[in-house]
Design a binder for this molecule. Structure first.
Ligand code: NAI
Length: 296
């Protein structure tokens, strides 16, 4: 077992849905966690959401009050990026955009020690491309969790062409130490799950465009007869339409515009409208007081 030394801090960059979940599992596993986001309010929200989630576990008697308080005390807001300099592992969970990720990793290289592993939670972008141009590309690996991170066991550990086997193994063993079921994968577009899942979403959009049935009916059929835990539209609402659309575009382009992966114009309009799903209060379904998105 070569999991990250428990004495080393874990930095989580990007404190949205995924960053908050990753920070939670790392803190519960005993690691000091530094959370950074270009929007400081996202860090504050992540820490308060994690505290609320852990307190719920205490109420349900699935966690002791002492363990809960200790895990919360291990979460630290980083106001500036250099505050993550002592990390032994950085997990990046910012916007799904190659340029943004490369710029962040280039900045991080100048701040962290040479033994720090740089992991990306990207859903679909080439790990090889994220690492290219760095001084030490061998320490970059994918650490791809699934949403919601505290509940989903799988973690894809993705090796790019330059990834050193030791770095991938440390990421793998660290994910296992965090209670996940890691699997090694090579950096191909969408890796394993997002490659296999693309046609699930794409056929859902095609059915909707052809007015075969509405979104709620398609979701119910897939859940009740198909045996899936969620139908495509409720799942995209959970993931976020902005994230899901970016992933589809990325896989489509990585496969040289293979028509099988063509993104949906309707999903693009939902992103344009801000109907991003649960996190926005509205998507295909209404959450809280938000208005539901128009159905095709
Ligand atoms: P999100 O939109 O909830 O959060 C992203 C956060 O990153 C925001 O708070 C934003 O302010 C921050 N951010 C953007 N640029 C930044 C920068 N340069 N430096 C620091 N912070 C920055 O997105 P989400 O859903 O958490 O996704 C994050 C990453 O995780 C993406 O790469 C996505 O593809 C991946 N992912 C998402 C999944 C999902 O179901 N939403 C599942 C697995 C992976």
């Amino acid at each position: 077992m070569t999991a990250l030394n428990i004495e080393r801090a874990v930095a989580v960059i990007g404190s949205g849905a995924m960053g908050a979940g990753i920070a939670q599992v790392a803190a519960v596993a005993g690691y000091t966690v530094r959370l950074y986001d270009t929007r400081p309010e996202a860090v504050a929200k992540a820490i308060s959401d994690i505290a609320a989630a852990l307190n719920k576990l205490v109420v349900k008697e699935r966690m002791s009050a002492i363990d809960c308080a200790a895990a919360i005390a291990r979460l630290h807001a980083a106001v500036t990026l250099p505050e993550v300099a002592d990390a032994g592992l950085v997990v990046e969970a910012i916007v799904e955009n190659l340029g943004a990720k490369r710029a962040l990793f280039a900045q991080l290289e100048g701040m962290v020690g040479d033994d720090c592993i740089l992991a990306t939670n990207t859903s679909s972008i080439s790990v090889t491309a994220i690492a290219a141009g760095l001084r030490l590309p061998g320490r970059v690996a994918g650490m791809h969790f699934f949403n919601p991170v505290p509940l989903m066991a799988l973690c894809e550990v993705v090796s790019g062409l330059a990834t050193e086997a030791g770095a991938a193994q440390t990421v793998f063993d660290t994910a296992a130490a965090w209670g996940k079921n890691p699997v090694h994968a090579k950096s191909t577009p969408g890796f394993i799950v997002n490659r296999v899942a693309r046609p699930f979403y794409a056929e859902g959009w095609r059915l909707l465009n052809e007015q075969a049935a509405d979104a709620a009916t398609i979701d119910a059929v897939m859940r009740e007869a198909g045996g899936f835990r969620m139908g495509p539209f409720e799942l995209m609402d959970l993931i976020g339409h902005d994230v899901n659309f970016s992933v589809t575009q990325s896989v489509f382009n990585a496969y040289f515009q293979d028509p099988r992966f063509t993104p949906s114009v309707l999903q693009q309009e939902m992103v344009n409208a801000g109907f991003l799903g649960r996190k926005a209060g509205q998507g295909f379904y209404r959450y809280g007081d938000g208005a539901a998105a128009p159905q095709a």
